[in-house]
Design a protein around this ligand. Structure first.
Ligand code: BG6
Length: 295
């Protein structure tokens, strides 16, 4: 109970309710599993590599310092979604007993020379704080610029939420928001009252006010509620059949029916961080009643 450190992961169990538990892999500081009331809330591929040979397919991968793949600019040489998910973070220990809270850290010394050299060797500190309550999971990121020059970054929690059946799911509170559809290559205002899935979806909803909750509703019941702090963008992604087939670590192939990625981040542009400056943001996942927030 409490906090258990294994060689490759850290397990937090809520002291008052052992059915609330979170497992965090040191590689990528990737949350692999979160159970609330004994029920798994996240989707992890059965083919996910947990040995550091590849970013983890599922749970909550961390995206830094670039979202996607850029053709030009200071992050153009970096692999898709940057290097935070491909590096082993340092376990910094427990900072609170109840709710159980732990921290992980990443600096250039934890990133392979090959990867860090692709980002001009910029100096930074990332601290990830994971807090488990009986009803929620909060992940907070603190980013500090330790350099004598400014640099810019994207941040994103690439959260894979577990659902029962994608065809019964809708995502709420996005009408009226500006969205960049990565499949169409077009920007438009979301006119539909809810987002539904019957094919691949890959969209970046941009500049959404913090007070808008995003809810994943299944057969009328809200299964997941996301509250964001300082994360204006939300990526909604489901790979559907063809894209899942092309991903070797996506198993089983029918897994797209059981997951939806709702990814809060700062990705519509780069956030500039001046020397000595800090930036912080968080995602809170919990259950809530249906909260319809009109435009
Ligand atoms: C999403 C992107 O965030 O991540 C998609 O919007 C991408 O375009 C997906 O396919 C998965 O990326 P990766 O690098 O983990 O296969």
């Amino acid at each position: 109970m409490g906090v258990e450190e294994l060689e490759d992961q850290v397990i937090l169990t809520h002291p008052e309710d052992p059915t609330s538990q979170v497992k965090i892999l040191k590689f990528g500081a990737n949350v692999l599993s979160w159970t609330s009331a004994g029920k798994e809330q996240l989707w992890l591929s059965e083919g996910a590599k947990l040995d550091g040979s590849k970013a983890v397919r599922g749970g909550i991968p961390l995206v830094f310092p670039v979202f996607g793949k850029k053709d030009s600019g200071p992050t153009a040489n970096l692999p898709q979604h940057g290097f935070a998910r491909n590096s082993t973070w340092e376990f910094l220990g427990q900072t609170k007993e109840n709710p159980p809270t732990v921290q992980f850290g990443l600096g250039p010394e934890n990133v392979s020379e090959e990867l860090i050299s692709k980002w001009a060797g910029n100096d930074f500190t990332l601290i990830l704080t994971v807090e488990l309550t009986k009803e929620s999971l909060k992940t907070t990121i603190d980013i500090e610029n330790n350099d004598d020059h400014s640099w810019e970054f994207n941040w994103l929690f690439h959260t894979y939420l577990r659902i029962n059946d994608i065809e019964d799911v809708l995502v709420s509170n996005l009408p009226g928001e500006i969205c960049y559809d990565q499949l169409l290559g077009q920007t438009y205002e979301e006119k539909l009252p809810v987002v539904q899935f019957n094919e691949e979806v890959d969209r970046i909803y941009q500049n959404i006010k913090d007070d808008k909750l995003i809810q994943v509703v299944e057969l009328g019941k809200p299964q997941h509620t996301l509250k964001r702090e300082n994360l204006p963008d939300v990526v909604v992604w489901n790979p559907w059949i063809k894209k899942s087939e092309g991903m070797g670590d996506f198993q089983p192939k029918s897994g797209y029916q059981k997951m939806v990625c709702i990814e809060p981040g700062h990705v519509h542009d780069f956030q500039v961080l001046e020397p000595g400056e800090k930036w912080t943001a968080s995602q809170l996942l919990y259950k809530d009643e249906l909260k319809y927030q009109a435009v």
